[in-house]
Write a protein that binds this ligand. Structure first.
Ligand code: SAH
Ligand code: SF4
Ligand code: F3S
Length: 474
């Protein structure tokens, strides 16, 4: 069974929240407003969910929030290590923060998350960016109040660092401030045991550990009681859910339990590893009426040699067989995937196998990445077969093939009437609302802001490659 952080430790952290709150009260007396915090998130939904916890703790400690680091008393960046460009962005931002801090030395800068869970990065930050006050890894998230308090009261320039990865125990009952009220991420498990040869996640997130189902259900019931209707269950490999628990449970069973919760309207989940996608789960998806008919199933590559070098533990044929089963049992399912182009051992011929998978599966959309070398992973030792230019050409070819498929898939929606959960006002046009279909496709349409958070019927009028346009059906 997954270990839990002890109640006393959670209580201790709570006491630090109160201490910060007192500092904040004194600050408010002098300045007329509480201290302001600015947070930024890089990486995946797991990180988004972690940032919601950080904001929850900050809010309980009396902070207001601001969008601009220039106005902030505390800045926290929650970082990602999955590709080099994610790390470069953070280093770039740290450079900018250095200038801001020069004019406002009292400002506190915290860096947390996957990137700093790597020792060589933390050393680099300490050496080059000594204006960072606080560095804490993914395992120390629950200790944020204590670390922040210590940073607030310290009277030297040394940064406070906690990147231990010894425990990996699950912390329940950390405060949370969610980004949306109508939809929510709920982590069902943490970590990953798969060790795909290119991937840093198992090193920075630790081994797989599942939350107790009663804690997950209680969290969802509480969300529903507060008006939330769409639940996205999160884990690096949700199909492994429950393997480490004493209770007789797996992800398919959990899905059915969530489906039975009154008030939940939509259930999504990510991510599934193809090797673990069981018939039982496909059946549960098909039979649970609230589970969205949508599946994200990362294939990564089409060549069996590359898949083996990636340590993915399935072949192209296994994968296509699973997709066939899914399509048979769940007609009209919307499919998406992750693809890596330019894995070191990938040849041009191997790459064509990936294109073949795209053509055979016909995904609604894909998330494609150029391979990025991650220090400490087995693939980092491999030599490249293709040149950078060849890899970029393949990447562009991949997008070209998929864009045509995505557009064609979206065209099929024109004329249909679809139930849409309204997310908010469109990023591109303030008179337009934006929402998601069951398939997770984005649709833009004219409507009033009071519809945000509600479900409306929308007739799809126009298809683009990445989104749809529509009109509300009266
Ligand atoms: N656990 C999830 C997501 C992991 S990270 C899964 O297995 O699907 C999200 C995606 O980033 C991966 O699916 C992979 O496509 C990509 N990725 C991971 N490591 C990478 C690397 N070193 N270079 C490029 N892309 C990478
Ligand atoms: Fe990384 Fe593979 Fe785990 Fe996904 S399943 S997080 S790609 S090691
Ligand atoms: Fe990045 Fe960490 Fe997620 S490395 S993809 S933020 S688990």
């Amino acid at each position: 069974m997954a270990e839990h952080i002890k109640k006393e430790e959670i209580e201790l952290q709570r006491s630090f929240i109160y201490k910060i709150k007192e500092i904040n009260a004194r600050y408010t007396n002098i300045n007329g407003h509480p201290m302001k915090a600015n947070t930024e998130t890089y990486g995946c939904q797991q990180n988004e969910n972690d940032t919601e916890r950080i904001r929850g703790m900050l809010k309980e400690a009396g902070f207001d929030f601001c969008d601009d680091a220039n106005d902030a008393d505390v800045v926290v960046y929650n970082t990602c290590a999955v590709r080099e460009n994610a790390e470069q962005k953070v280093f770039g931002r740290l450079g900018i923060l250095k200038h801001i801090k020069e004019s406002r030395p009292d400002m506190l800068i915290g860096i947390c998350g996957c990137m700093v869970q790597q020792e060589h990065i933390t050393e680099q930050i300490k050496k080059v960016h000594n204006h960072v006050d606080l560095i804490f890894g993914t395992h120390a998230l629950y200790k944020f109040p204590e670390l922040l308090y210590n940073a607030m009261v310290k009277n030297n320039k040394k940064s406070i660092v906690d990147i231990t990865d010894s425990d990996g125990a699950i912390a329940e009952e950390i405060p949370i401030l969610r980004d949306y009220s109508q939809k929510a991420w709920v982590s069902v498990m943490y970590g990953c045991n798969n060790f795909c040869s290119y991937c840093i996640v198992p090193y920075v997130r630790g081994r797989e550990r599942s939350r107790d189902s009663k804690d997950i259900i209680a969290e969802i019931e509480n969300l529903v009681a507060n008006g939330c209707t769409e639940i996205s269950l999160l884990g690096q490999n949700v199909n492994s859910y429950g393997k480490d628990l004493e209770e007789n449970i797996n992800f398919a069973k959990l899905l059915r339990m969530v489906n039975d919760i009154k008030g939940v309207e939509r259930i999504r989940f990510m991510t599934s590893h193809p090797k673990d996608l069981s018939d039982e789960l496909i059946d549960a998806m098909a039979e649970c009426e609230k589970v969205c008919k949508q599946l994200h199933l990362p294939v990564q590559a089409g060549s069996n040699k590359v898949l083996s070098d990636m340590n993915r533990k399935y072949t192209k044929e296994d994968y296509l067989e699973k997709i066939k089963k899914v399509k048979e049992k769940i007609p009209n399912i919307s499919l998406s995937t992750d693809i890596i182009v330019g894995f070191p051992t990938e040849t041009n011929e191997d790459f064509l196998e990936t294109i073949d998978v795209l053509k055979k599966v016909e995904y609604d959309n894909i998330f494609s990445f150029i391979y990025s070398r991650r220090e400490g992973t087995p693939a980092a030792k491999l030599d490249f077969v293709l040149s950078e230019e060849e890899i970029h050409n393949n990447f562009n070819k991949l997008l070209e093939v998929q864009n045509e498929i995505s557009k064609r898939k979206n065209d099929e929606y024109v004329g249909r009437i679809e139930k849409v959960l309204v997310d908010g006002v469109s990023k591109n046009n303030e008179n337009t609302l934006s929402g998601r279909l069951e398939s997770s496709k984005v649709v833009n349409f004219v409507g009033s802001e009071d519809l945000v958070g509600k479900y409306v019927d929308v007739r799809i009028t126009e298809a683009h490659t990445w989104s749809l346009n529509g009109e509300i059906v009266k």
